[in-house]
Ligand binder design. Structure first.
Ligand code: OSB
Ligand code: MG
Length: 370
């Protein structure tokens, strides 16, 4: 298939509820959508998960626009591609910028699946017709509000509860949840808010039978995580530290984690995500699919990826209604009793709602092959 055109849209969607991490609160979700078109008029869609502020990683919406316009789109425009794995080869000379790369790569995967009349899940080699999902709950100032949120999501049937923690809002918060909900599958995500100096506090979390603690230490660290894992019985899960299969191999060899959160954007696309999945399957490391407060398009990619067999733990891909009053796909992603049914239709399997997309578009650029 020939890449005839690429369209980039800058989107801005208001979140139903603000989401607070150890870094701050997100009210407005600004992100990019990419549409790639082939010579037959088929269209594939991808989403950039970068935020406007570089708190989670160094990438931002603006750096993604720069990378896409000046390097990544020129690398694929007019090219004939047999399989989406080839996109990685075109991007190989360009360092890092994984979220920017993933925007196009994801769109090419969707295009490829549609062109071959398969679902994206099928194109990836997925095996499940439904996936188990959990929920990620932001920090609340009042523990009562957090407990009410936790209860609401347990009642909705989510398969595991993840809460954000930060220094000063950790052991007591988890204790309060455990007191109320002694058996709920529970985990904590620190988004790199601690250092090894906090090991004593982190070790206190061992008493609460958590499924895991996600990214307690620095976003670029695997050494200290290995030291911490040796002192803690709770499995460590890495998120921010893992950008590639190579990072995964090193973290696993060092013993820096026992679980990996795979985010398509963070690792540069579905091809790399699948490689990490396969490696972890061979090494007996469980993986789950992380979330980045995606719109329906990124969410659909997450659903498809999660159909691979080693996604053995519920991920963060909750239903659209957790994030949006109105999503940009039809139907929206629905989580029912903690399960999302994987769509059978070609590509991402959900229709893009172009009216809604236009409504949330604040800028748009079209690039055509010569
Ligand atoms: O619900 C979601 O999409 C995931 C929420 C979440 O935990 C998160 C949201 C934004 C940035 C980073 C993270 C994270 O997993 O660390
Ligand atoms: Mg995380």
């Amino acid at each position: 298939m020939k890449i005839e055109s690429v369209t980039i849209r800058r989107m801005s969607m208001t979140m139903k509820n603000p989401f607070t991490t150890s870094f701050g609160t997100i009210h407005q979700r600004d992100f990019l959508l990419a549409t790639v078109q082939d010579e037959l008029g088929n269209e594939g869609w991808g989403e950039s998960v970068a935020f406007t502020y570089p708190w989670y990683s160094e990438e931002t919406t603006e750096t993604c626009i720069h990378m896409l316009r000046d390097f990544l789109i020129p690398a694929v425009l007019g090219k004939t591609i047999e399989h989406p794995d080839e996109v990685n080869e075109f991007f190989a000379p360009i360092r890092k910028n994984n979220m920017a790369k993933s925007t196009i790569e994801g769109a090419v995967w969707d295009l490829y699946a549609k062109r071959h009349d398969m679902s994206l899940a099928e194109a990836l080699g997925g095996e499940r017709d439904h996936i188990e999902v959990g929920i990620s709950i932001g920090i609340e100032e009042r523990v009562e509000d957090l407990l009410a949120n936790v209860k609401g999501f347990i009642d909705e049937g989510y398969k595991r509860i993840k809460v954000k923690i930060k220094p000063g809002q950790d052991v007591e918060v988890i204790r309060a949840i455990r007191n109320e909900f002694p058996d709920v599958p529970l985990m904590a995500d620190a988004n790199s808010a601690y250092t090894l100096d906090d090991a004593e506090v982190l070790k206190e979390l061992d008493q609460f039978n958590l499924m895991m603690i996600e990214q307690p230490l620095a976003s670029d660290d695997i050494i200290d995580h290995a030291k911490l894992q040796r002192q803690m019985s709770t499995p460590i899960c890495l998120d921010e530290s893992i950008h590639s299969l190579e990072d995964t191999r090193k973290a696993v060899e060092l013993g820096s984690c026992r679980i990996i959160n795979i985010k398509i954007g963070r690792v540069g696309g579905l091809t790399e995500a699948k490689k990490i999945h396969d490696y972890c399957a061979a090494k007996g490391i469980d993986v789950w699919c992380g979330g980045m407060l995606e719109s329906g398009i990124g969410r659909a990619h997450n659903v498809a990826l999660t159909t691979l067999p080693n996604f053995t733990l519920p991920g963060d891909t909750a239903g659209s209604s957790r994030y949006w009053d109105q999503d940009i796909i039809k139907p929206e992603v629905v989580a029912e009793n903690g399960y999302i049914t994987v769509p059978n239709e070609a590509g991402i399997g959900y229709k893009t709602d172009i009216e809604a997309i236009d409504q949330f578009t604040v800028d748009k650029w079209v690039f055509r092959a010569e």
